[in-house]
Design a protein around this ligand. Structure first.
Ligand code: SF4
Ligand code: FES
Length: 238
């Protein structure tokens, strides 16, 4: 256990039911290099301060529920190892969302934008006797954007979103891309109309903080460019 070290963890705290304003609280925790940030949050919550609130579920980078700002960068707490951070760690809630308590933010406006792009397959033809077939090439067309776990790390790292919370944001564009370029889908033109709105895809200013923030390493830059190109040409056959 020679590698065990003491970490100072500074956490944004705010309980609107009792606090007049947010404040920081510091905890000293014994950690192993292979502990993840979520393990450290558990140590604090279970052994030091049960009032600390944060979201997590799968603990394996799949559910997207524990995105937060760790030492200034958006990340999933279950994917960041303490050995990559060192003995001083600062943890904040995602920026640009209302804080419900501590690290828990109100995700409803984010999911409203997600719903607005019709995130499901739409096909008006009568159902076939078997599945709707697709070639490997057609499937590969949108493979990257199927990886999105709706963690919001991209949208909340975006200066355009901070400046204008009505901007639909990269996550909704990525989700729209997943269906727009699905050969089986017949509502792609409707989605392009939605994304051509004043708060749609043209609000992207190509800063691309989102690309760095995405824990799934989705090529968000490419997805946004392809959606913009489809709007310009009126076609998804780029
Ligand atoms: Fe999270 Fe990446 Fe999806 Fe954005 S595109 S919501 S960062 S998984
Ligand atoms: Fe599910 Fe981290 S807890 S992604």
């Amino acid at each position: 256990m020679a590698d065990v070290f003491q970490a100072t963890v500074r956490i944004f705290r705010y309980n609107p039911e009792v606090d007049t304003k947010p404040h920081w609280k510091e905890y000293t925790v014994e950690v192993e290099p292979t502990d993840r940030v979520v393990d450290v949050l558990h140590k604090i919550k279970w052994y030091q301060d049960g009032t600390l609130a944060f979201r997590r579920s799968c603990l394996h980078g799949i559910c997207g529920s524990d995105a937060m700002v760790i030492n200034g960068r958006n990340a999933l707490a279950c994917k960041v190892l303490m050995k990559t951070l060192g003995p001083k760690v600062v943890i904040e809630p995602l920026r640009g969302f209302r804080v419900i308590k501590d690290l828990v933010v109100d995700m409803e406006p984010f999911f409203a934008k997600y719903r607005s792009i019709l995130p499901y397959l739409i096909n008006y033809d009568p159902p076939p006797a078997r599945e709707r077939r697709q070639s490997p090439t057609e499937r590969a067309r949108f493979d990257d954007t199927t990886k999105c776990i709706l963690c919001a790390a991209c949208t909340t790292s975006c200066p355009s979103f901070w400046a204008n919370p009505h901007y639909i944001g990269p996550a909704a564009i990525v989700q729209a891309h997943r269906f727009i370029f699905d050969s089986r889908d017949q509502a792609w033109a409707e989605r392009l109309r939605i994304l051509a709105d004043r708060d749609g895809v043209w609000r992207c200013r190509s800063v691309f903080n989102c690309v760095e923030a995405c824990p799934r390493e989705i090529n968000i830059k490419k997805a946004i460019a392809e959606v913009q190109q489809a709007i310009i040409t009126g076609s998804r056959d780029l």
